[in-house]
Write a protein that binds this ligand. Structure first.
Ligand code: CTP
Length: 404
């Protein structure tokens, strides 16, 4: 990975993970990048500007109101004279400032003033990472086009607590920076992909519906990853609360029947990845008005009918995409059930996962999957859903590069 001539503005904010930023500077420089460091006041409580300056062979910028620094380069030039702004570690506090456009110190002012790509390597306590304000800020930042690497799962340096919040390792951050800085191959350019995501809602009456716990995170991440490799992606999404991914055409639907017709009208395609947790049943005659309780009478039974199987329909369609991939959300016998679905649905690959509540996969940010195909089973480690999506997109590109 050659980063020769690439100029990286490295913002170090105040967390214990700042100690890893020293190594990160070395890793970036040994690949030829120049690193200009900016440190928040809190960062200087963890590592010294002396060490950062020595390793980067650069002046270290710390103060928005420094007369010399402002005369020398100034925060606006600092924000622009670079190819990438990398924030490692990115604290919850700095992310909150970014999400709200605050600019009361040098790191936040630079981040508001920059027109360059921004890559964050968040690091914080798992409870802070999962806290509702951080979640909201994260959604805002993603929608603003900010890129992220990590945080990873593991033990926290200070408390020994386990969970998601550990900063990505320096080499992982270097790879993510390189992906943004170097021209990317687009192996899926010219290919069309259809992805389904999220749950479906099956109405009982105008105010009630049958649904499931799917968040859409995995499906949306896959749609975005395929688009990043150059595919022309149509995402058919059930009702979710996460934002539409960038670079993807999104059709929003409610029910399984609507999802099927949206998928069929997006054919022909080269790739179909059916990630949605489609409700298996719908209410036969959903009521036109809200169903009322009748005092003393038991509730009327709900008569259910089976929904169309979208994956199976696509898997057996005359316009079948060359690569049809399904998911198998299981709570037991993951492999056996996955294999059965591979045959029954006419898929080339089934991504099987255990969604028992204890795994935290449904609605969570991580996934642990097995890739089942006629060639056998491949087990992937516990990965962020974004990382599963990256790997799957790479696998799709690899499959399509081979003769049919
Ligand atoms: N699927 C679909 N349409 C349906 C049901 C499922 O397209 N009506 C797709 C899902 O998107 C997923 C795969 O089929 O890719 C497996 O879904 P899952 O719900 O795990 O399997 P089912 O076939 O519904 O089997 P069961 O509920 O019995 O496990």
């Amino acid at each position: 990975m050659d980063l020769q001539g690439k100029r990286i503005l490295l913002i170090i904010s105040g967390g214990i993970a700042a100690y890893k930023s020293l190594d990160l500077i070395r890793r970036l420089r040994e690949r030829g990048a120049t690193v200009r460091p900016v440190m928040s006041r809190a960062a200087q409580e963890f590592i010294t500007p002396l060490a950062v300056g020595a390793l980067s062979a650069s002046h270290v910028y710390t103060d928005l109101f420094s007369r010399e620094d402002e005369q020398d380069v100034g925060h606006i030039r600092l924000a622009r004279d670079c190819d990438l702004v990398l924030v490692a570690p990115a604290t919850a506090d700095l992310m909150a400032k970014m999400a709200h456009g605050l600019a009361d110190d040098l790191p936040s002012a630079v981040l508001l003033a920059t027109d360059r790509p921004v890559l964050l390597a968040p690091a914080m306590n798992p409870v802070m990472w999962n806290a509702a304000p951080t979640r909201r800020n994260l959604d805002t930042l993603k929608a603003d086009g900010v890129c992220l690497i990590g945080p990873m799962r593991g033990e926290m340096a200070e408390s020994g607590e386990a969970g998601t919040g550990r900063m990505a390792e320096p080499l992982e951050i270097v790879a993510a920076a390189a992906a943004l800085l170097l021209p990317q191959e687009k192996p899926l350019a010219g290919k069309r992909a259809i992805v389904t995501s999220g749950p479906t809602h099956e109405p009982i009456d105008p105010v009630r519906y049958i649904a499931n716990r799917s968040s859409g995170k995995q499906g949306h991440a896959i749609a975005a990853a395929l688009a990043r490799l150059g595919a022309d992606v149509t995402l058919v999404s059930g009702p979710v609360t996460i934002p539409d991914p960038a670079g993807v055409a999104v059709t929003h639907v409610e029910t399984a029947e609507d999802m099927l017709s949206a998928v069929l009208s997006a054919l022909p395609a080269d790739i179909a990845v059916m990630v949605a947790a489609v409700a298996d049943w719908r209410v036969v005659a959903s009521a036109g008005q809200k169903i009322k309780k009748k005092p003393g009478e038991p509730p009327a039974p709900l008569l259910l009918a089976e929904n169309p199987d979208i994956l199976k329909t696509v898997g057996h369609h005359p316009d079948r995409p060359r690569l049809v991939i399904g998911f198998a959300a299981e709570t037991q016998e993951v492999e056996t059930n996955g294999r059965r679905k591979l045959d029954a649905k006419g898929a080339d690959m089934i991504i099987a996962n255990d969604v028992s509540p204890a795994t935290g996969i449904m609605g969570g940010d991580h996934n642990r999957v097995k890739i089942i195909s006629s060639g056998g089973i491949e087990e992937w480690p516990d990965l962020a859903k974004d990382a599963v999506a990256e790997r799957l997109a790479a696998l799709v590109a690899d499959r399509l590069s081979k003769p049919a």
